[in-house]
Ligand binder design. Sequence first.
Ligand SMILES: [Zn+2]
Length: 619
Amino acid sequence: MIRIYSLFCIFAFCVSAASAQPERWQQRVQYVMDIDMDAPKNQYTGYQQLTYTNNSPDTLWQVFYHLYFNAFQPGSMMDTRSRSLPDADPRVSDRISKLKPEEYGYIQVSALSHNGKPVRFETNETILEVTLNEPVLPGASAVFEMRWKAQVPLQIRRSGRDNREGVRFSMAQWYPKMCEYDYQGWHSNAYIAREFYGVWGDFDVTIHIDREYIVAAGGYLQNPQETGYGYEAADQQVERPAGKKLRWHFKTPNVHDFVWAADPEFTQVVHRTQDGTVMRFFWQKGLGYDAQWEKLPAIMDRARTLINERFGVYPYKEYAFIQGGDGGMEYPLATLITGNRSLMSLVGVSVHEHLHSWYQMILGTNESLYAWMDEGFTSYAEDIVMNELAREDLLPGKKADFNPLVGAYDGYVNLALSGKEEPLSTHADHFATNYAYGVAAYVKGAVFLSQLEYIIGKSAFQKGLLRYYNTWKFKHPNVNDCVRIFEKQSGLELDWYKEDWVNTLNTIDYALKSVEKEGRKTTKVTIERIGLMAMPLDIRVTYTDGDIEWFYAPLESMRGAKPKEDKEPRTLLPDHRWVDPVYTFDIPEKMKKIARIDIDPAGGMADVKRDNNSYVAPD
Ligand SMILES: [Zn+2]
C-alpha cells in the first residue's frame, strides 16, 4: 500500500509540475557530421548522420532539408528577389547574378538513406525534398545518413569565403539542415535573404582542414591538445598529429544550428567571465583594430552580468565573438561580426548579436513569422544594456539617455508616417521593401516591449520579461504566448494591444484639445483620440510652483489599471473607452496655478504626433 501510495504521489507531482509549463511538443535532432575541407579549392565533402525524433502527433511521409548555399547562384530565388526589390541590400544587390562558377555556392547531395535504405530526394534550389519509403511515426526516431559535396560561395551575405576584410571562411548556413516541423506544419521556406528557424538538438561536428587554419566555432572543442592555437589549457602539452590537415572536433548540446569560421591569421583571446563561462574572441591581429578588440572582453563580461540579471541566465558554458561575415550575424554560442570598427560599434554589434542568444537561440521564435519578436526584442535589450554600460562609463563618448529607446520611437514614427509601413504580422520574406521590413522587425518590435512597459508598469514588465524567458525557453513561443505571459504577470488584458500593434497599421495620436475653467472649482481637460489605436493615458499636471500631479486613465479594454509607480500623487480616473473620440476629466481646484499639462511626457507611447500632446498656460 505504501508503495502504491508513494507512486500516486509521484504521479500527482509530475502532473502538477507539468501543468505549470506550457505544452508545446518539439522535434529533436542529433547531428554527427564529418567534414573534409579542401581549403585551396574552397570545397568540402560532408558526411552526416542525423537522428531525428518525431515528437509530433503526426505521421511524417516526407522530410525537408535546407541547402542554403544553393542560393548563391545566378537566377536563384535570392538573386531574383534582390534584383526586384526597390531598395536591395547593397551587400547582395545584383552580385549573385555576376558570380562565376568557381564563386558559386552549392550543396550537392549524392546519397541519402533512411534507417539504412536509400530514399528518393530532389533538390529544389535551397530545399531538399525527401519522400520516405516508410513513415516516421509519432514518437519514433529515424536515422538519416547523407553524403554531399559543397562549394563555399564567395561571401555575399552572412556566409562564404573571403569576406571584404579578408577572413577566409565564414561557415554559416553551410550544411544540409533539417527544416522545422511544428504545430503549424513544415517550414520549408526557400532561402531568399533573411531569417531562420530550426530544430533543437545536439551537434557533434568534426572538421578536417589544412593545418595552418585556426577554427573558431559555436561549440566546445573536444581535442584542444591536438589543435593548440589558444584552446589548450595552460598546463597542457599540444601534440599535433602529423599530416596536411588538423582535426577539429566540436560538440554543442541543445542548439538549433552550428556555425564555424576558419582563417590562418586569427588570434584568440580567452576570457573567463564573472558568471563562470568562457568567452572567446577571434580576430586578425595587426590590421589596425587590435586596441578595440583587446578592450572588448571586459566590457562583454559586464554586459553578460547585466543581461543575466535583466533578461535571464545564459545556459551555455561558452560564447565566441568571431571576425567574419558581413556585419553581424547571430548563431548559437557564437557570432560572426566584421572586425574593423570603432570601440562603440564593436561593443554595439557584440551586445546585439550576443543578445540573440536569448531571443533567437534559446527562446527560438520563428523569425520568418515573427522577426520582430527576435530582432525587435534583441534591439530593445541592446538599447537597455548599451545605456547601462554608458551609465557605468564603460563606453567613452556615449551618454546615458533618460529613455534609451528614443531613437527607436523616432524610427517607428517615421515609418508609420511614410506610407510604406506593413503590419508586423507580415512574413519576413514578403515585405515589399527592405526599409519596411527593417524598421518593423528591429524598431517597431523594440517599441512593442517598451510600450508594454508603459501599459503594465515597470515592475510587472521586468518580471514578465524574465518569466517569458524562463517559461518559453527551448519552446518556440509565438506572439500570443508572449502576450499571455505579460497578461498573467500584470493581471491586465492585453489582447487589444496585440491586435492593434501587431496585426494592423493603426497608429496612436492623442491631442490635448482644450483646458477650460469650469466655474470656480474645477479645470476641465478634453483629450482627443485622433489615431485609431487607443491607449491608456498618463497625464502630468505641473503647477507653477513646480509640483507635479499625475492623472491616469486606464483603457477600458485592459480590465484594470497599472499600479502607481511614480513618487508624485496620482489620481485614478474612470476608464477611457476605445470607441470614444474624446475623453474628458476634471482637475479639482487647488490653491495654486496650473503651468502645463502633458500627455505621456516620458514618451512611453509611440504617439505619431507629439507636438499636440501638451497644454501650456498663458502667462
Ligand atoms: Zn539582430
